[in-house]
Design a protein around this ligand. Structure first.
Ligand SMILES: [Zn+2]
Length: 280
């Protein structure tokens, strides 16, 4: 179980606006899980450090200047299904017409405006805890899912209300609550017997509190630095990741599923992530 070719499915589990502040509050589930794989607390969010721009890059493999998403556009418009910058969902769908694909996003514009319509992706939008219950229910009947994306929203909500960073107890508590929800999803993946053949990526899209205590969007390290980690076949425990932008998530997903990425992408598989294969 130690080669990337063993990977049959990918889970992307995200929380919004947590930066690298999982280091400042108890996150026992995430810590224990990522000890089995690769992790960095200095991954870089894309600029500007805003949700649609950043999740857009995670899912489309290009920088925000190319996918051209922002929060307003994502909220109002469906992502063009003929864009030269397709999402990972579109690429997996084109390669696997029958594959089960799923997106569980608390922030609705991810499902409606960032991931293309008409791909047969199972999409649900609910508050964090309900979303996790929906994933648990989904996995009971769809253990053969090929790509599942999750975005929880509470850390960003708490940051906007109470302030971001290590001095905001409400914000830190929201991250700890999300950690427990991540733990439930990971347990569910494990209970379905999927862990040995899955790549599980954990990440956040941006931080906050850099140029403004109650917001984000700047290039300040509090906004830019984010945690990113993954566990799965081919990823050795204790792997360090010296240089990673969150856009690279898309390249990791395609590589794990054995698919070629479009030449137009900015995403790269981080050097040294997969220990047992030659990185293409
Ligand atoms: Zn925000």
């Amino acid at each position: 179980m130690n080669n990337v070719s063993e990977i049959q499915r990918v889970f992307i589990l995200g929380m919004d606006g947590a930066g690298n502040f999982i280091q400042n509050t108890p996150t026992p589930f995430i810590d224990a899980f990522l000890a089995k794989g690769a992790v960095t607390y200095n991954a870089q969010a894309q600029s500007p450090t805003i949700s649609a721009e950043c999740w857009g890059s995670v899912l489309h493999g290009v920088v925000p200047e190319k996918h051209a998403l922002n929060n307003e556009i994502a909220a109002k418009t469906a992502y063009p299904s003929d864009s030269p910058y397709p999402s990972i969902f579109r690429l997996v769908r084109e390669a696997s017409p029958e594959a089960k694909l799923a997106a569980f996003s608390c922030w609705t514009p991810i499902n409606s405006g960032i991931i293309e319509d008409n791909l047969g992706v199972h999409k649900e939008s609910k508050p964090d805890a309900e979303l996790v219950a929906a994933i648990e229910a989904y996995l009971e009947h769809n253990a053969d899912v090929k790509l599942l994306f999750m975005q929880l929203d509470e850390p960003d909500g708490a940051g906007h209300t109470y302030g971001y960073g290590p001095d905001s107890p409400e914000y830190l508590n929201a991250i700890t609550i999300n950690d427990e929800l991540f733990g439930r999803v990971i347990t569910s993946i494990e209970n379905q017997g999927l862990l040995d053949h899955s790549l599980v990526i954990l990440l956040t899209d941006h931080g906050g509190g850099g140029s403004h205590a109650y917001s984000h969007g700047s290039d300040h390290p509090m906004d830019k630095n984010v945690f990113w980690g993954c566990v799965g076949p081919g990823v050795a425990a204790g792997t360090s990741l010296p240089e990673l932008f969150i856009v690279d998530t898309a390249a990791v997903v395609l590589h794990a599923l054995g698919l070629q990425q479009p030449a137009s992408w900015d995403a790269k598989v981080p050097k040294g992530l997969f220990s047992k294969v030659n990185v293409i």
